[in-house]
Write a protein that binds this ligand. Structure first.
Ligand SMILES: [Zn+2]
Length: 505
């Protein structure tokens, strides 16, 4: 009987973010603080639309025994500690050393720690050193930043090909099935990759629209028709001041049969991206212009996506500037949130449901990297509801996973119902409102802090989307970031960046 090991170590690190990411921040899908281990990890991810969920299913399908030594997943933020990698490597190797025929890793790929610009490469290198012949499949996020060391120490790599990430399960299954074919002696995987010097904007990356759509469609077709074993294009996570940012292509070929088609595909994918590089730049407009535009739109719901302060990219989600502008322009029939402010939550819980309150909300976090100073917003209203902040995702992204916003309180100002939470959360599923008794489909305006993931859960209920370039540590105005260690030249920071296209075969 074969024995497989599965593990999850995921963090998207915004190196500019002031939000700390201690080990206890990992494990947001579980009930406890910190990562989940063993049976608790299996219970948290079995049956979920995640790569780990796919790995569990593949092990069971193959009739293999399997272990899940660690599931660590934290909301994006500032750098985790180096010790996270020590801890994860120790747990994984403990199981690998008990006997392991194949390792299946659910990684984000966009992590950076003080000591490692490529913590995933460090983790893989340690595993490879301890178990040199071990076949390793890796499922990455679409927002991975890649190093040569990562490539050198994996057998198969796939990445999400959607954003919002609704193909997490499929990504795990793609990597896992190729590795199983390798175990059966059917194929001999070899990874080709390339990294373009493009710091693409998160708002312009999604494969569901151009400029990325044609490129990703090409990769999907080449994998589907068997030209290559796997093909992925990665948008990169740009808010990281490390040498490994850039748009990447990863093509896995069968070394026994590849006659250059993998290299040709990689060249074509990268050429398409390079030719379109100016379309990967998002142009910000003033907040007041975006809100004024929203007021001219017809029937609601009109979703206002404040993308300068997004938890899913490392934002504090307590910047109140966009809500302040909505008040100034007289918007009403709104639902808003979740705004991160555990202090305000405590105050509303102390006041109790039904109590009138007058309090400062948000603005508790400074972001020194961009000179942002937190500014709370004074609001008055009624405490409408108090919740434990827990719900299960029913939308298409991460379906079945448990979310935990910490204790929440709903402030009803008359013109808005505002969800205030104790744990940061990017709203990609309507559960963040509905669990608190708010139906966003019945509101005229939905103000949330998200740039793309909201489309997973909210698309079916909204009529219009207005992108709002609010201030914060996830701003799309790249001139605000103190770039220091990023590779140079890189487009668009250096408009005349020369291409580095891989050779055509
Ligand atoms: Zn991502």
């Amino acid at each position: 009987m074969k024995r497989f090991v599965t593990a999850m170590v995921k963090h998207e690190t915004n190196t500019f973010s002031p939000v700390p990411t201690p080990l206890t921040a990992f494990g947001r899908y579980g009930a406890q603080a910190g990562p989940a281990y063993g049976a608790a990890a299996i219970a948290a991810y079995r049956g979920t639309a995640t790569a780990a969920g796919a790995f569990i299913d593949l092990a069971e399908e193959a009739g293999a025994a399997f272990a899940f030594p660690i599931a660590a997943n934290a909301t994006p933020g500032g750098c985790p500690e180096d010790s996270l990698i020590d801890h994860a490597a120790e747990r994984i190797l403990e199981e690998v050393n008990r006997g392991c025929d194949a390792l299946f890793l659910d990684l984000h790929g966009g992590m950076a720690t003080p000591g490692y610009d490529d913590p995933e490469g460090e983790l893989l290198a340690r595993i490879r050193k301890a178990a040199p012949g071990l076949p390793i499949a890796v499922a990455f996020d679409f927002h991975t930043n890649l190093s040569q060391r990562t490539i050198d120490n994996a057998t198969v790599i796939t990445a999400y090909r959607t954003y919002p990430h609704v193909d997490q399960y499929e990504t795990g299954a793609r990597a896992g099935r190729t590795l199983l074919r390798a175990l059966a002696g059917e194929v001999e995987p070899k990874i080709l990759w390339h990294s373009l010097p493009i710091l693409s904007h998160l708002n312009c990356q999604t494969p569901s629209r151009q400029p990325m759509k044609d490129i990703m469609d090409r990769a999907i077709a080449a994998e589907a028709d068997g030209t290559v074993l796997n093909a992925s294009v990665l948008g990169c996570f740009p808010l990281a001041d490390i040498p490994y940012v850039g748009m990447h292509g990863i093509v896995v070929v069968d070394a026994r049969t590849d006659r250059g088609q993998g290299g040709r595909l990689l060249h074509d994918l990268m050429s398409m991206a390079w030719e379109r590089r100016s379309d990967f730049v998002f142009h910000v407009e003033p907040v007041e212009t975006s809100i004024a535009h929203a007021r001219t739109l017809g029937d609601g719901p009109i979703l206002l996506a404040d993308h300068g302060d997004v938890a899913g990219s490392g934002g504090s989600t307590d910047v109140m500037a966009v809500l302040e502008e909505c008040i100034r322009q007289g918007l009403d029939e709104m639902c808003v949130g979740p705004i991160w402010d555990p202090v305000a939550v405590d105050r509303m819980i102390a006041a109790g449901v039904g109590a009138p309150v007058d309090l400062e909300v948000g603005g508790r976090t400074d972001a020194p990297a961009i000179g942002h100073v937190g500014k709370p917003l004074r609001l008055s209203g009624t405490v409408r509801r108090i919740t434990d902040g827990r719900f299960k995702v029913t939308g298409p992204m991460g379906t079945g996973t448990s979310q935990n916003l910490g204790r929440c309180a709903v402030l009803d100002t008359g013109w808005a119902e505002i969800v205030v939470c104790s744990e940061r959360h990017e709203p990609f599923d309507t559960g963040c409102f509905t669990h608190a008794g708010i139906d966003p489909a019945r509101k005229r305006y939905i103000l949330i802090k998200s740039r793309q993931h909201f489309r997973a859960g909210f698309a079916p209920i909204i009529r219009h989307v207005v992108m709002v370039s609010g201030p914060g540590i996830t701003t799309s105005d790249y001139s605000q970031y103190p770039w220091d260690r990023v590779r140079r030249p890189i487009y668009p920071l250096d408009p005349d960046t020369p291409s580095n296209l891989p050779p055509s075969f």
